[in-house]
Design a protein around this ligand. Structure first.
Ligand code: NAD
Length: 496
């Protein structure tokens, strides 16, 4: 019997009563690991009701008690790291080492949630008028919801529910239907750490469940990570029904390689960031602009990419399979279209077979040179192990190319010139910038700050911004009468 993925409603893991199910498939073998339900409207409503009821007590739970749950939770995640990584690799495909990285980056946000006592603080001003003080408190919103993508099934759910719950909200999570198992194991550990019944709920499904969450009047905020198409829909639908929304979406991340770069370091980092996780990272470097003499480094980039080992994630190669057969076909079609539209195929990863895993969704590292805007492989997010090479004569020309691309998730420059790096940092219109750092995902002391078409909503996940996202500011102006000093006169003017 294939196991079923459960819903979590009111502290209990339950089987869905739906008739609609989907298989969770190992992308290296096509083995069916589990069946995931598409929850019914009634199940979504029950999850929200449970979160709403739990909010009444959870919002009053002392901040130290909330923080201690996340202290315990981070310890439990550490203790289960190997087990979690194996599960993640089986259903998602990435290598075991990368799976541990996925979990670790989420674990850092759990640690951040454990320090909520230093984060959810108000402001205080004494004597804003004689004997009058004003202060603010950051109060939780109520029920919040999270919708997550397939590519980081540990990190991204952990971007969401720990900070939402630590700030005093209750939560309904809708994980990716493609790889929900590691997310559910993390949810089990969260309950073991002490999250009370109803404070965290999980429903599974696709568009209908997402729309039900966006529309539900008792949900106050929605956090989404995924593609630009779906994120735009979620943002519009959630805000139309009066919710706060933050949507972190698709990307096309460019690196600029200047000829004065530390060549060895730059090329290794570029290749790692283009092909790691089979290119299925929203911060993958999928375009490199080679400036001036750096154009001559193409053969060395190709040589490094060719040397990468592709295989099943559990064998810890350099890259594993892509998530599904459909994704593999889409990636292959975009490579073909790139060639048709005039790009030079320097390395072709299509039609790759891995011995022992003949059914796996493998795509090997692929490099297209002479890529130009207007080609489908450039205009669309490939989300596979495909690196597009472009050329420019100057740094300014390269910056202009990046600023003309609609996406603004991440970018990097490789150079040994401080002046060039500084100009890049100042002039580039992208939210996350790496200087000799290929995938500049900020640690949770800061926030994730994609920009332009890569993000909708003002406030990012984790860091200080997410505390503002998950709370509302209440401003209190107070005066305590001192009888001896009171004049007893009625005051009808506006001043205090
Ligand atoms: P996706 O948009 O297909 O799915 C994301 C979520 O939306 C899933 O939970 C899915 O069930 C749901 N969904 C799918 N279609 C829907 C629809 N029509 N209506 C409502 N909900 C729907 O994304 P994905 O393929 O799972 O993930 C890859 C994408 O996520 C890439 O574009 C990647 O760049 C992006 N991503 C962005 C970030 C970031 O921080 N900016 C991080 C990780 C991934």
């Amino acid at each position: 019997m294939t196991p079923t993925v459960k819903l979590l409603i009111d502290g209990r893991f339950v089987d869905s009563t739906t008739s609609e199910w989907r298989d969770v498939v190992n992308p290296a073998t096509q083995e069916v690991l589990a069946r995931v339900p598409f929850a019914t409207r009634d199940e979504v409503a029950r999850a929200v009701d449970s979160a709403k009821a739990a909010f009444a007590t959870w919002k009053k739970t002392p901040i130290g008690a909330r923080a201690r749950i996340f202290l315990k939770y981070q310890q439990l995640i550490r203790e289960h790291m190997k087990e979690l990584a194996a599960l993640l690799t089986a259903e998602q495909g990435k290598t075991l080492a990368d799976a541990e990285g996925d979990i670790f980056r989420g674990l850092e946000v759990v640690e951040h949630a454990a320090s909520i006592g230093n984060l959810q603080l108000g402001e205080y001003a004494e004597n804003v008028a004689g004997g009058v003080d004003t202060y603010t408190v950051q109060q939780p919103l109520g029920v919040c919801a999270g919708i997550t993508p397939f590519n980081f099934p540990a990190m991204i759910p952990l971007w969401m529910f720990p900070m939402a719950i630590a700030t005093g909200n209750t939560f309904v999570l809708k994980p990716s239907e493609q790889d929900p198992m590691v997310t559910m194991r993390l949810v089990e550990l969260a309950l073991e750490a002490g999250i009370p019944p109803g404070v965290l709920n999980v429903v599974h499904g696709g568009p209908e469940v997402v729309d039900a969450l966006c529309d539900h009047p008792d949900i106050k905020a929605v956090s989404f990570v995924g593609s630009t198409r779906v994120g735009t829909h979620v943002y519009q639908r959630a805000t139309l029904s009066g919710k706060r929304a933050q949507c972190m979406m698709g990307a096309k991340n460019h690196a600029i390689v200047l000829p004065d770069a530390h060549k060895e370091q730059a090329l290794n980092q570029l290749v790692g960031a283009a092909f790691g996780a089979a290119g299925q990272r929203c911060m993958a470097l999928s375009v490199a602009i080679l400036v001036g003499e750096a154009r001559q480094w193409i053969p060395e980039i190709v040589e490094r990419a060719r040397a990468l080992k592709v295989g099943a994630g559990k064998d810890n190669p350099d890259l594993g399979p892509v998530i599904s057969a459909a994704a593999r076909e889409r990636i292959a079609a975009l490579i073909g279209k790139g060639v048709e539209q005039g790009a030079r195929l320097e390395l072709d990863g299509r039609n790759l077979t891995v011995p022992g895993y003949e059914k796996g969704n493998f795509v090997g590292p692929t490099i297209l040179a002479g890529v130009k805007p207007g080609m489908a492989v450039y205009d669309q997010e490939v989300f596979g192990p495909v690196l597009c090479l472009m050329e420019a004569d100057t740094l300014d020309e390269a910056i202009a190319l990046i600023n003309a691309n609609p996406n603004g998730n991440g970018t990097a420059i490789f150079t040994q010139s401080g002046a060039a790096a500084r100009r890049f940092q100042e002039d580039i219109d992208v939210g996350q910038v790496g200087i000799n750092v290929p995938i500049p995902v900020p640690v949770p002391l800061f926030s994730f700050t994609g920009s332009r078409a890569s993000k909708l909503g003002d406030l990012g996940p984790y860091g200080k911004q997410v505390v503002l996202f998950y709370t509302q500011t209440k401003t209190v102006t107070s005066r305590w009468f001192d009888d001896a000093a009171s004049s007893g006169k009625v005051n009808t003017t506006i001043s205090l």
